[in-house]
Design a protein around this ligand. Structure first.
Ligand code: NAD
Length: 395
């Protein structure tokens, strides 16, 4: 099959197996080039391990500190005439590379919110690793079937309390338009908190604690975002922001649980805004990212997922370092994004961006390149005109 990108709105419905593998290899190469992370984790459970920040965490743990990793993710395999989702190919590429390096890597493709997948992962930890010393929680999902009630909750990206109007960009076509979003209902808010809040993270950590599968001193981290004021109505103060507040509540609860387990800890890391499958679905944010990339690249401070997580592990969590927490007990690897000089440069560009000047005023080209890379397109050394085998079994 010859696989070309097919972009539909904010998703690409095709993915290239060799391209995804080349992308994963770039991330592995980055982590290796930074050198070993001393005192890094050795047995790691990553929830949401196939793309974005979760994949970056798995790669950093494996290739930064030689960790055995167990990854949980939800990806669709290939079908007749259709490629698999990129996380499927990413995971296969990661697993091959990890095993070639002599590292344990096991995968669970299924619903992390379900009791069944939790049980399977716990059984594998008990049988293969004994315990884990780090749990990374990096799920981004549009829905959650609640494991006890069976109710399906859908998350939404809406403002709370008042409608919100701002600029947004169709990243595929480069067209700027005004988007007006009505505020979420109470039910939509509650559902988003149920999907993207902290309850599921707490369920995982409670199950691991009860089964005595956390090594003494084990840590857990979940990822969040805050961003600048221009996005607050849709992000920080919107439905997703309320869910993230609940994630912070869960962090405090899990932290108290882990403290009792040999002085471990749990915390939130606030990460930088980046092109991922999850972030491209948020209105307004892709335009902000396109401007941010331009400013941060010019300042020499631009990072991608793997640079962010390598920095988190190497300068905050391990390497003999102590984490620096903000006033709310969060680690901030969004620090370079939030620098006043960066933010004021973004704020200066924001009001004047139009469809006509978007190529000059923003890094929309860089956004598109990164977006296509998520699906394995545009990687050097790949012949995209050649036949490729889309049907690859999970390892
Ligand atoms: P992503 O879409 O790249 O990754 C999501 C992961 O979750 C994938 O591995 C996917 O397979 C998995 N997943 C989704 N539903 C699942 C389910 N039911 N069961 C098992 N696995 C499931 O997303 P991302 O952008 O890397 O987001 C990860 C976390 O980082 C989120 O909490 C997000 O809010 C946070 N974050 C993202 C950004 C950003 O700009 N992208 C910035 C800061 C924080």
């Amino acid at each position: 099959m010859i696989i070309k990108p097919k972009v539909r709105g904010f998703v690409c419905v095709t993915a290239h197996p060799e391209g995804c593998a080349a992308h994963v290899q770039q991330w592995i190469d980055h982590v290796k080039a930074q050198g070993p992370i001393s005192g890094g984790p050795k047995r790691v459970l990553v929830l949401g391990s196939s793309t974005g920040y979760g994949l970056a965490s798995r790669i950093t743990a494996a290739f930064g500190s030689g960790a055995a990793t167990l990854g949980v993710f939800f990806e669709r395999p290939s079908e007749e005439g259709r490629s698999a989702t990129p996380g499927w190919y990413n995971t296969i590429a990661f697993t091959k590379a990890a095993r070639a390096a002599g590292l344990y890597a096991k995968n669970f493709n299924g619903d992390a919110f379900s009791a069944d997948i939790k049980q399977q992962a716990l059984d594998a930890i008990r049988a293969d690793l004994g315990q884990v010393d780090l749990v990374v929680y990096s799920l981004a999902s549009p829905r959650r079937t609640h494991p006890t009630t069976g109710v399906v909750h859908k998350s939404c990206l809406k403002p709370v309390g008042a409608s919100y109007t701002n600029k947004t960009v169709d990243t595929d076509k480069g067209i700027i338009s005004t988007v007006a979003i009505e505020p979420a209902s109470e039910q939509e808010i509650a559902d988003t908190v149920t999907v993207m809040g902290g309850e599921d993270w707490e369920m995982w950590m409670q199950a691991l604690t009860d089964a005595k599968l956390l090594a003494p001193g084990a840590q857990s981290v979940a990822y969040s975002y805050i961003g600048p004021e221009v996005t607050w109505a849709i992000y920080k103060n919107g439905t997703i922001g309320l869910a993230k507040n609940d994630l912070e509540r869960a962090a405090r609860h899990i932290d108290s649980l882990l403290k009792l387990n040999g002085g471990g800890r749990a915390f939130i890391s606030v990460n930088k805004a980046l092109v991922t499958q999850a972030s491209s679905a948020i209105p307004v944010v892709p335009l902000y990212i396109s401007i941010l990339y331009k400013i941060m690249k010019a300042a020499g401070t631009h990072e991608g997922c793997v640079e962010q997580i390598q920095r988190l592990f190497a300068t905050q969590m391990y390497n003999g370092r102590k984490p620096t927490f903000d006033e709310s007990g969060r680690i901030r690897v969004d620090d370079w994004e939030m620098r006043p000089a960066i933010q004021s440069a973004v704020a200066k560009i924001w009001p004047g961006v139009t469809t006509e000047n978007i190529a000059a005023e923003t890094d929309i080209a860089g956004y598109r390149t990164e977006f296509l890379k998520l699906f394995g397109f545009g990687l050097p050394g790949i012949n995209y005109d050649a036949e490729t085998e889309p049907h690859v079994p999970m390892l």
